[in-house]
Design a protein around this ligand. Sequence first.
Ligand code: PGA
Length: 251
Amino acid sequence: MRKNIVAGNWKMNNNLQEGIALAKELNAALAGKTVNCDVVIGTPFIHLASVASAIDTGKIGVAAQNCADKASGAYTGEVSAEMVASTGAKYVILGHSERRAYYGENPEMLKEKTLLALANGLTPIFCIGEMLEEREAGEHFNIVKWQIEESLFDLSAKEFGKIVLAYEPVWAIGTGKTATADQAQEMHAFIRDVLDGKYGKDVSDNTSILYGGSANAANAKELFSKPDVDGGLIGGASLGVDRFMPIIEAF
Ligand code: PGA
């Protein structure tokens, strides 16, 4: 059965010392507790190795927020999937809307990144989601389907079985304007249908689909109560243990 996952996305926040302190605080809050979901934190690259050695990685998975679309070589400033894996990180967030919008990431690059992540044993948390104009034009289902098809549908069923999806409507990210639980459920059910059409019921039933976009302690329970919402990708509210723990405990 698919897993419930609550994943934090720190984005470009916290220097190294602050990041280690936050990770340790979360680790302490989870110690001795049984929770009903997998917990992941997505840190900047420079934190990965230190955070992975400061926490119990059996309890908290560590994620990078990106990786290169090339395996190695003369790509100044890039960090490869192999390098990410060598830190002890187990996940990589790919295709976040901020990377698509500000750094020109396109479906073809994301296809390469996904293949490299999988080849290095990382679990991609692959983000998809429409912009406000697209929703207002009634194009949101088409856009999300297209984003999945273009980057992921060359994968075999076995490879796709290792992907976690995160539906993040761009208009809900960092805006305080969460999608309603019904809007999230509607899109997640649609995504599962798309996966079913391509890979069959086994893959579609077993793929975790997270919701992201202004999820917080106040709305997580309702979002997670929906049958096709398997957790959250949490930005702002993952930056404080007091705000992140209640989301984890919403399961
Ligand atoms: P937010 O970010 O929770 O701050 O809206 C979510 C995300 O971008 O992953």
